[in-house]
Ligand binder design. Structure first.
Ligand code: ADP
Ligand code: XUL
Length: 554
């Protein structure tokens, strides 16, 4: 683009997410030339995961994934892609990892990484490289006591949020590390290095430990978000000798290293191919959606649902998260995260809509907006926002159309079509309520929808009505691997120029000619309906507050 990228070069972006490993390949004009994926449950069935994870049956909130499964997925994906993509043309690689998940290398980790044998698959060679074989992931909620300890160490939850960008969350890596240190001190002591999912796969690609990038590093409760360095106070409160195990932080656009000879010899990558720092899936989606206007929001509907935008003046608070922006050092990313996203929608689809998205959508279209006052809260997993345990709560609000005093009745069940509308309206009313409370723009100028469920037009239409703004989509729902490929190109350019270059230089005014451009999917909904939803948002937030007071984690 604008001659800044070589026209015959390729840029490879990965996304190691909860349910699959995906890849997107961009050419020098930022046009997608190929994509591929490996679905964990179905393509690697010997790990016996469900949705890519193991849930502890005792209900203690422990959720992990087998670390080796991610390694084997890389073996399989590179084999699948090699007949379609000339790896010799790839000049830069980057990737996304599900945020917060952590990998624990044992004392042999570095030696194994630096001596990989190109004749053998990665899985066989990395089998004995880890001190913890099951990586805690973002869905875990088993570290509530460690969260409170870390908050106490810096003077409270708000103080921790001001320092690191978030109060302590169970899934964040700091509390996870502390739990391992407290419950398995030998395992902690045997750990040479701790990686995030993002820096873990970057490490395999460079054949050495890769740094954690400053953006994904903000999802650990360990990094001073203003200075972008580890906070010594919190490291000490987490576990002894932690700084050495974490290594240095690096900016997202930096080069992690040259690709290792393993990939040059086994897959014929060129020796000069560089690996750009990997980052979190949400930050890379922000890059892939080219989100650069403070009034715009993105909604990602993957295994988790997230809402994010940008700001130059972040106000870290008791809700939501602040991360450095991976493509703009002067700006931050703000985000809300829900654990009950696609898998909880699938549960309703399977129970009430014959396990079919078509039937699900038919029910959504057939039921009236506002659902005749039927309002639902569906937590199939312990929720992050609000911090409520597993459980379903259904209410009927009388006179929901009249905006007057309404009576709220709790009920046990809804008819199937109403249940479908209740989960969709419930999820997006909650997003709107919390986004407003977190200071995100209302209504946004526009919403860009991404993630697996963003291909569902009936869901997009509900978003446009509830938020009162137009909804856009991009060419493919996988913005995290697309964003990673774009960041590979960005990092390549910064490296070539020897300085940070604004990412917009890659596409200039020709965004429409690339695979990054967004298209209008639905215009803003009706204004009268929007004002009714505004009333409903407030009522929902009141009911939610009562639920949190009664049942919430503290
Ligand atoms: P992740 O990257 O977090 O693993 P994805 O973004 O790949 O997840 O999204 C996967 C989810 O997309 C599936 O769990 C599925 O429920 C959802 N999905 C796929 N197609 C549809 C559809 N037509 N309508 C609603 N949801 C869908
Ligand atoms: C973000 C989060 C999830 C994961 C999903 O804070 O926990 O969105 O990144 O992969």
């Amino acid at each position: 683009m604008a001659g800044l990228l070589p026209s015959d070069a390729l840029f490879l972006g990965f996304d190691s997410s909860t349910q699959s490993l995906k890849a997107t390949v961009l050419d020098g004009n930022l046009v997608i030339v190929d994509s591929e994926s490996v679905h964990f449950d179905t393509e690697l069935p010997h790990y016996r995961t469900k949705d890519g994870v193991y849930r502890d049956p005792s209900g203690n909130g422990r959720i992990v994934s087998p670390t080796l499964m991610w390694v084997e997925a890389l073996d399989v994906l590179l084999e699948k892609l090699k007949s379609k993509v000339d790896y010799g043309k790839v000049v830069a690689i980057s990737g996304s990892g599900q945020q917060h998940g952590s990998v624990y290398w044992n004392k042999h980790g570095k030696a194994i990484l630096t001596s990989l044998d190109p004749k053998k698959p990665l899985r066989i060679q990395l089998e004995d490289a880890f001190s913890v074989r099951e990586s805690p992931i973002w869905m875990d909620s088993s570290t509530t006591s460690q969260c409170r300890e870390l908050e106490k160490a810096v003077g409270g939850a708000l103080e921790l949020s001001k320092l690191t960008g978030s109060r302590a969350y169970e899934r964040y890596t700091g509390p996870q590390i502390r739990k391992i240190y407290q419950t398995q001190p030998d395992v902690y002591n045997d750990t040479e290095r701790i990686s995030l999912v993002s820096s873990f796969i970057a490490s395999i690609l460079i054949g050495n430990y890769a740094s954690i990038d400053e953006t994904d590093g903000a999802g650990m409760n360990l990094m001073d978000i203003k200075q972008r360095v580890w906070s010594k106070t919190i490291l000490e409160a987490t576990a002894p000798g932690l700084e050495e195990k974490l290594g240095h932080l690096a900016p997202a656009h930096a080069v992690a290293g040259l690709i290792s000879s393993y990939f040059v010899e086994r897959f014929h990558f060129q020796k000069s191919c560089i690996v750009i720092q990997w980052s979190g899936d949400n930050p890379n989606s922000l890059a892939g959606l080219t989100l650069n206007t403070p009034g715009d929001l993105a909604i990602s509907l993957g295994t988790s649902d997230t809402v994010f935008g940008i700001t130059s003046e972040p106000q870290p608070s008791l809700e939501g998260h602040v991360f450095p922006n991976p493509v703009d050092p002067n700006c931050y990313m703000v985000m809300l995260v829900y654990k009950n996203g696609s898998l909880t929608r699938e549960d309703v689809r399977n129970r009430c809509a014959e396990s079919s998205w078509d039937t699900f959508n038919k029910y959504l279209e057939r039921t009236p907006s506002l659902n005749g006052g039927k309002l639902g809260f569906y937590y199939k997993e312990h929720e992050i926002l609000p911090p409520l345990p597993v459980g379903f709560h259904r209410y009927v609000l009388e006179n929901v159309d009249s905006l007057n005093e309404t009576k709220v009745l709790e009920v046990q069940e809804f008819d199937p079509p109403s249940e479908v509308r209740a989960i969709i309206e419930g999820q997006f009313l909650s997003m709107r309520g919390h986004a407003e409370r977190f200071g995100m723009p209302t209504p946004p100028n526009r919403i860009i929808a991404t993630g697996g469920a963003s291909k569902n037009e009936s869901i997009l239409k509900s978003i446009a009505s509830i938020f009162g703004c137009p909804v856009y989509t991009v060419q493919r729902p996988d913005s995290a691997s697309l964003g990673a490929a774009l960041r590979a190109a960005h990092g390549w350019l910064c490296n070539k120029e020897g300085r940070f270059v604004p990412i917009s230089c890659l596409y200039g005014d020709k965004l429409d000619k690339t695979s990054l451009s967004a298209k209008l999917a639905f215009p803003a909904g009706d204004a009268d309906l929007l004002s009714k939803y505004t009333v409903l948002v407030n009522k929902r937030m009141q009911i939610e507050k009562n639920l949190v007071e009664k049942l919430g984690r503290s």
